[in-house]
Design a protein around this ligand. Structure first.
Ligand SMILES: [Zn+2]
Length: 84
């Protein structure tokens, strides 16, 4: 259980993923793709070419954990802040 949530936390904080187009690990931008009653789906896009490089599902439990983390340590999402 503990190991699993540690893994999820590591995924959550990932700021670069492998991009097929760029053929290297690139910084990614997180976009909210879909909101469902029990989960939210995020899409990760390469900041250089805009290709989708990954997806993440956040369940209600994960969201609570993320909010608790955010309160302690703000997430670095400058690109998202600029969108609004
Ligand atoms: Zn790319």
């Amino acid at each position: 259980m503990l190991i699993m949530s540690q893994q999820q936390f590591e995924n959550f904080t990932a700021s670069s993923l492998y991009c097929d187009k760029c053929k290297t690990a690139m910084p990614v931008r997180e976009r909210l793709l879909l909101v469902l009653p029990d989960r939210e789906i995020f899409d990760y896009r390469c900041t250089d070419c805009g290709s989708s490089v990954g997806r993440r599902e956040v369940t209600a439990g994960d969201k609570l954990l993320a909010q608790a983390m955010a309160r302690r340590r703000p997430r670095r999402t400058p690109a998202q802040t600029l969108l609004h």
